[in-house]
Each structure stands twice: as structure tokens, then as C-alpha cells.
Design a protein around this ligand. Structure first.
Ligand SMILES: O=C(O)C1=C[C@@H](OP(=O)(O)O)[C@@H](O)[C@H](O)C1
Ligand SMILES: C=C(OP(=O)(O)O)C(=O)O
Length: 408
């Protein structure tokens, strides 16, 4: 599906309910499979959560996890410790290019039986579940935090728990802290000090209900709409001020881009704040919030300001190489952009080209990041259905806020 985007008017208001966080949901799905007395409320309706739920409840040998990175990494550790169970875990073509060796090596050092089915270091994997009694493991923490969360989630079900030593500079740290918080909230004894994560074995004796907060990464597209509007009073729910999600840093990140956030009960209100003087060059290190990089780069493009974004070293191994994808697509609007392996520099640009067709590279965030730009210029988004990976009703939300979405 290809869509043409334009605007009806640029004064945005109204309330929208955003689906549950896919990061929280996918952690809770693994914990629920290990501790069935868990109930999950406001679960994410994302493809990535649906695919993980299906994987965890299926009795099939072949499990296809499609594009879902967390589902792939979390279920690798889960199945490795399911004694007597044998599965082949596979995914989309891109998933077969997303590295998993750091996690597989860590699990093997603990005694897991995992074989690569095609290319060494990448899915698909043949996993023969084993009882894992070793309880000390080291792994590199500078490539993806998902490997660490994967080990942490399975750890409380292991007879001797787990002590994980992180090597190198830890990246995407809020996601590790989210995993830790969910574990301790469940009642697991767990700590993270001086690069050592320690998790004790655990059994759940009583029912436990978790309510998933709405997705802050999805909230970023509403922040971008507010920033690019003439005026905005956008209310989105259900959010809390003390979030487990690192992407709640949007509140500070977009304050400098002229968006004021007010926390009401369960809801945040985003207002365009015209009293803020926009920076000539917006600077941010996004090592803790990698999923916001595309949204912020496109907001700056729309505002006609430059940006220098750093800490982007994890972007190359996500749904696509997001640095290259951003460079290709932003250039189409006439702007100048330079990238390195871990940074992006956009030069201020006015007079955006019209009717650009944005390619999305099987990446939901490419489609969603560019959509709010319709407030500044007419554009097209190719393969617009990709949004369902994290935000299935994204186009309905855009239409609600007066973006005209036409299938072409
Ligand atoms: O643990 C998680 O839920 C996630 C961790 C991050 O990945 P990296 O740790 O690979 O940066 C993030 O980009 C991804 O969307 C979700
Ligand atoms: C990187 C992402 O997801 P994953 O790694 O779980 O595929 C994302 O949602 O932006």
C-alpha cells in the first residue's frame, strides 16, 4: 500500500489512545510463559507482540518471528532453557541479517545447545532446550541491550539464577533498567551494580497483574506532529510521569523543539510552544533512546533547522540500516545530510521538495517518522502497511489529527 499525505489544516487537537508498549509487553509475555500466574493488561496490539505470543504458545517445531528483534532475542534464551523442547527459530530475510552471536555464545557458555542453520552468527537457529545450571556469564554490552534483557528475563527460572557481567560500554541502558524493574516488581531478587547483573532463582506463588503503559516510542510521532503544526493541543494516553520506558525522554528532547508536555491523570497533553526559540543546530546523544533518532531528524528537517545526533551506533542493525535509510530519504527533499557509523548531521534546509516518494525499507519507523512532514509538504509513503510492526492504527491516528491519508 502506498499513501499520499497532505494536510487539511494545521491546528491539531483531540485525544488518542496509544497501544501498549511493545517493549514492556514482550518482556511480560516471556515472564508470563515462565510464570503463568501473571496477567497482562493493556497489552500491545503490535505485530511484534502478536508474533511473540504465538511463538510462546505454539507447539510447532518451526517458529517464525518475522521482523521482531526483541521476540527473536528473548525467545532464543527462553527456548534454550526449556528442557526437552526442540525448536527452529527463524525470521524474515532482514532478521537473518541481524546478528545474534553475542547472545548465542553467552547461552552456549552456560551449557545451551544451539546450532546455526544457515550463516554462523545469524538466525535461523536450531535450539535443543537444556536444563541450565551454570550461573555465571560474560557478554559484550555495546552492540544491543536486547541480548542482556533476553538473559535477564529467563534468569529467574533457572535453578541457580544468573550473574551477568557486562563488558564494554553499555548501550540502550534504559531497556536493561526496564527489564530489571519488571523483574523486581514481580518479586524477583535482582540487582545491577558496577556492570554486574545478579538475578536469583524465583517462583511465583500468587497471581500478579501488570498493566502495560502506552508506548512512548509511538508517542514520538505525536510530538513531531505538534512541533510541525501551527498550533496543537494533542492529548494521548495512557502515560505516567515515572515511566519504565527510556523514550519518555521525549518530554525534554522536544521541549527544545517547541513542544510543551503537561502530565494530566493518565494522559499527556502536547502543546506547540511558540515562545521557544529554536536552536540553529539541535544536538542530542541518543544512545539511550535509539528509536527516536528517525523522528527527531525528520522533525528538524520540517522545522528547517540543522541537527547533530550522536550515539547512533545501534541503528545499523535494526529493521534496516537506519542511518543509510535516513540519508537516502532526507536527501530526496533537497536537504544535505552526512552520516558516520554512529552519528548524523543534517544541515538546515528550507523549501522542501514536494511530492517526494519516501521508501520505507521494511521499517515501521521510516514510515511513521516521515508522516508528520505532511504538515510542511505533500509527500508519499511507500509500503505504508509496515507501521503494524509497532503501531497498527497509526494511519487512523494521523487522519484523526488532520493529515489527509489517501491510498494511491
Ligand atoms: O529491549 C527492547 O525492548 C528494545 C531495545 C532497543 O534495542 P537495542 O538494545 O538493540 O538498541 C530498541 O531499539 C528496541 O526497539 C527495543
Ligand atoms: C528496533 C526496533 O525493534 P526490534 O529491534 O525489536 O526489531 C524498533 O522497534 O525500533
Amino acid at each position: 500500500m502506498k499513501v499520499q499525505l497532505s494536510t487539511i489544516h494545521k491546528n491539531l487537537e483531540g485525544s488518542w489512545q496509544v497501544t501498549g508498549s511493545k517493549s514492556e509487553a514482550n518482556r511480560l509475555l516471556i515472564l508470563q510463559a515462565l510464570f503463568p500466574k501473571i496477567t497482562i493488561e493493556n497489552i500491545s496490539n503490535s505485530d511484534d507482540s502478536k508474533v511473540l505470543k504465538k511463538a510462546l504458545t505454539s507447539s510447532k517445531e518451526l517458529i517464525d518471528i518475522h521482523h521482531a528483534g526483541t521476540a527473536m532475542r528473548f525467545s532464543t534464551a527462553y527456548f534454550a532453557a526449556q528442557e526437552g523442547r526442540e525448536v527452529i527459530l527463524t525470521g524474515s530475510q532482514r532478521m537473518q541479517e541481524r546478528p545474534i552471536k553475542i547472545l548465542v555464545d553467552a547461552l552456549k557458555s552456560l551449557g545451551a545447545d544451539i546450532e546455526y542453520q544457515k550463516q554462523e552468527g545469524y538466525p535461523p537457529l536450531l535450539i535443543k532446550g537444556k536444563k541450565i545450571t551454570n550461573n555465571k556469564v560474560n557478554l559484550a554490552a555495546n552492540i544491543s541491550s536486547q541480548y542482556i534483557s533476553a538473559l535477564m528475563l529467563t534468569a529467574p527460572s533457572l535453578p541457580n539464577g544468573l550473574e551477568i557481567t557486562l563488558e564494554g560500554k553499555v548501550t540502550s541502558t534504559p531497556y536493561i533498567l526496564m527489564t530489571l524493574s519488571l523483574l523486581t516488581d514481580l518479586g524477583v531478587e535482582a540487582s545491577f551494580q558496577n556492570n554486574i547483573i545478579s538475578i536469583k532463582p524465583f517462583q511465583l506463588s500468587q497471581e500478579k497483574v501488570f498493566t502495560v503503559e502506552s508506548d512512548w516510542s509511538s508517542a514520538s510521532y505525536f510530538y513531531s506532529l505538534a512541533a510541525l503544526s501551527d498550533s496543537a493541543k494533542i492529548k494521548i494516553s495512557s502515560y505516567k510521569q515515572q515511566s519504565l520506558q527510556g523514550d519518555s525522554s521525549l518530554v525534554q528532547l522536544y521541549q527544545k523543539l517547541g513542544v510543551k508536555t503537561t502530565f494530566l491523570e493518565n494522559t499527556i497533553e502536547l502543546e506547540k510552544d511558540t515562545s521557544v526559540a529554536l536552536p540553529e543546530i539541535y544536538k542530542a546523544n541518543l544512545a539511550s533512546s535509539p528509536d527516536l533518532a528517525q523522528t527527531i531528524a525528520v522533525t528538524c528537517l520540517g522545522l528547517g533547522i540543522g541537527c547533530e545526533l550522536t550515539g547512533l551506533h545501534t541503528l545499523k542493525i535494526k529493521e534496516t540500516d537506519r542511518l543509510v535509510a535516513l540519508q537516502n530519504e532526507i536527501s530526496k527533499f533537497g536537504a544535505q545530510i552526512e552520516i558516520t557509523n554512529d552519528s548524523l548531521k543534517l544541515h538546515a534546509h528550507h523549501n522542501l521538495k514536494e511530492n517526494v516518494s519516501v521508501a520505507t525499507y521494511n521499517d515501521h519507523r521510516m514510515a511513521m517518522a516521515f508522516a508528520p512532514l505532511a504538515l510542511k509538504t505533500m509527500l508519499q509513503i511507500e509500503d505504508a502497511g509496515v507501521v503494524s510492526k509497532s503501531f497498527p492504527d497509526f494511519w487512523e491516528a494521523m487522519s484523526f489529527y488532520k493529515i489527509k491519508v489517501e491510498e494511491i
